[in-house]
Design a protein around this ligand. Structure first.
Ligand SMILES: NC(=O)c1ccc[n+]([C@@H]2O[C@H](COP(=O)([O-])OP(=O)(O)OC[C@H]3O[C@@H](n4cnc5c(N)ncnc54)[C@H](O)[C@@H]3O)[C@@H](O)[C@H]2O)c1
Length: 334
């Protein structure tokens, strides 16, 4: 059994706690949240206990691993505390929105031999993963174009989430940067980003953008395009398309069923797209937890590393620089 402490039981932490509690070889022992009622409510749902003493939780004998799902600006502190306590860590993305804090955390983690997996759940989505595997097998020939469409059905609540999220590139596009690196199997070397305010005035008020188009060139010369919006009126739009001389592989949007309806009102009418991340990526979140537990049981390194989180954030920083200066930027991972 892998017994977890879940730190942060908001939107995503509660879901992770439920998924863990449904695994045959895992359980949640402790829930912690700054809002004690939230921690208590999740703890009751998953058969755990709640505490407001994070140090006591991290020192407890019935904690084999920690899942960090608190706000982004608390991740580094909780990662370091967990590492000091010797507990393996599964931490939500991004590591932090401040690259200097991430670099400092990287240095400090060198003194601890603790596995850390970063929450790039989309790598575990069966459809996106099948695209990455097809590319790796050479099914499309040498990859020429990779197109990632990633549009949210609506913005997160303005406070505290939007205000503290670090902006579109660090909060949302970071998933797409990771997906690009995952499918490419190599690094992007150059990036050009354009962005705009087309959705809601709140983004401009927060000095953020809500719409973006990004182009990257990979080491091999393959080109990548990412497009983002903070709003659709048709659900969560998540597609990945890989193209080369031998063909194309595409991961399509998901619906609750594959039924099509025909009537006087229209033909081939299908269910609406699954609404947002909790619904669309359920299998991915389960896969992420299974892979983390598997890595602990098998003694292998987690398949999504701190360095993956750092590199995706460095791509976010390069995109911001490109957007602000309106020019292509060379990517530097040093
Ligand atoms: N991988 C994904 O698909 C995905 C999706 C959503 C959010 N996230 C990430 O998960 C994290 C949480 O996001 P959310 O949407 O669940 O936010 P949320 O605001 O819904 O939940 C955060 C919770 O943490 C609690 N909290 C605040 N300060 C805390 C502290 N110091 N210690 C412990 N708990 C504290 C809050 O009370 C709240 O319950 C963010 O880093 C976000 O980027 C990832």
């Amino acid at each position: 059994m892998t017994r977890f402490a879940v730190l942060g039981t908001g939107r995503i932490g509660e879901m992770h706690a439920e998924i863990i509690s449904q695994q045959p070889d895992a359980s949640v022992s402790w829930c912690y949240d700054l809002d004690g009622d939230r921690a208590q409510a999740t703890a009751e749902k998953v058969g755990a206990r709640a505490s407001n003493d994070v140090d006591a939780i991290l020192g407890a004998d019935d904690v084999d691993a920690v899942l960090i799902a608190s706000p982004t600006n608390t991740h580094v502190e909780l990662i370091l505390k967990s590492a000091e306590a010797g507990k393996p860590i599964l931490c939500e993305k991004p590591i932090d929105v401040d690259i200097n804090k991430v670099e400092e955390c990287r240095e400090r983690l060198r003194s601890f031999d603790v596995p850390l997996q970063l929450g790039f759940n989309r790598r575990f989505d069966p459809s996106h993963r099948a695209v990455a595997e097809a590319v790796a097998r050479g099914e499309v020939g040498p990859l020429e174009l990779l197109v990632i469409t990633s549009r949210d059905p609506g913005p997160p609540p303005p406070r505290p989430i939007l205000e503290a999220c670090g902006g579109l590139f660090r909060d949302t596009t970071i998933h797409d940067f990771d997906m690009a690196r995952f499918v490419l199997g190599e690094e992007p070397v150059e990036i050009y980003a354009m962005a705009a305010n087309r959705v809601d005035p709140i983004f401009a008020e927060l000095n953020d953008v809500d719409t973006a188009m990004i182009v990257m060139r990979a080491e091999s010369g393959a080109l990548v395009h990412i497009n983002n919006s903070r709003r659709t009126n048709y659900g969560y739009d998540q597609r990945v398309e890989a193209f080369g001389s031998e063909g194309m592989v595409r991961s399509n949007n998901h619906r609750p069923t594959e039924v099509s309806r025909y009537s006087g009102a229209g033909t081939q009418r299908r269910d609406e797209l699954l609404y947002f991340f909790i619904e669309r990526y359920r299998a991915a979140y389960e896969g992420e937890i299974r892979d983390f537990i598997g890595s602990l049981n098998e003694g292998r390194p987690p398949s999504v590393s701190f360095e993956d989180g750092r590199r995706a954030l460095l791509l976010s920083e390069a995109a911001i620089e490109s957007f602000r200066e309106n020019r292509p930027v060379t990517v530097n991972f040093d």
